[in-house]
Design a protein around this ligand. Structure first.
Ligand code: ZN
Length: 211
């Protein structure tokens, strides 16, 4: 992953989104409804474009945030704590960039702090900041790890994501119950097998499925 490259891409995405007005977005939904065989003017659908665009504004709010800022703003002195910090089962919702279908899953994050740790909610916000965009699970995993690595500068960081892709479960091959697991290990989590094993033991990935 090249963080600078991503920044440029993110900026482009924000600019593109700002150029499209709300009315244009609602019209696009009306077009989709017509394409599907519906009459967008019937009563049940009259306010649907408005509602869909509002929902999208929420689902894709990640384009207007800088996830790293959550970690930069507040951190606490660790007072000598130098053991692994693990946050598991951070539920998230994202959308696959190939089908615009939901990706529902959980993220598990571990890091070995140097001189700073952050509150639990900050790491969850980082996950949401990247998840609330059109994503590929591998990219999401790598972005979260890179962001924590860059801002907290820990000795190592590990991110594991376990998720169900609705483009796989509700269409195409229609495979229910299939979840995809991706991981990104940096620093000591990559270099040191026992650190990585400790992290995986903490999150107990084998026992759980995405739910
Ligand atoms: Zn997909």
């Amino acid at each position: 992953m090249h963080p600078e490259g991503q920044t440029v891409k993110q900026r482009t995405a924000v600019n593109t989104r700002r150029r499209v007005g709300r009315r244009d977005a609602e019209e696009a939904i009306r077009t989709l409804l017509r394409w599907a065989g519906e009459d967008p003017s019937r009563e049940g659908l009259r306010d649907t474009p408005k509602r869909v665009v509002s929902a999208y504004a929420d689902w894709f709010s990640g384009y207007s945030v800088d996830p790293g800022a959550y970690l930069r703003r507040t951190f606490e002195e660790v007072e000598g704590y130098d053991e692994m910090v693990v946050l598991r089962d951070i539920a998230f919702e994202s959308f696959c960039e190939h089908h615009m279908a939901p990706i529902i899953g959980r993220a598990h994050i571990g890091y070995l702090p140097t001189d700073r740790v952050v509150g639990i909610s900050k790491l969850a916000r980082v996950v949401d900041g990247f998840a609330r965009r059109f994503q590929v699970q591998e990219k999401l995993t790598a972005q979260i790890a890179a962001c924590i690595n860059e801002v907290l500068k820990p000795r190592g960081v590990g991110v594991v994501i376990d998720a169900v892709h609705q483009c796989m479960t509700t269409r195409g091959v229609h495979k229910r119950g299939v979840s995809m697991v991706t991981s990104s290990m940096l620093g000591t989590f990559r270099k040191d097998g026992s650190t990585r094993a400790e992290f995986l033991r903490f999150i107990d990935i084998e026992r759980k499925g995405a739910s």
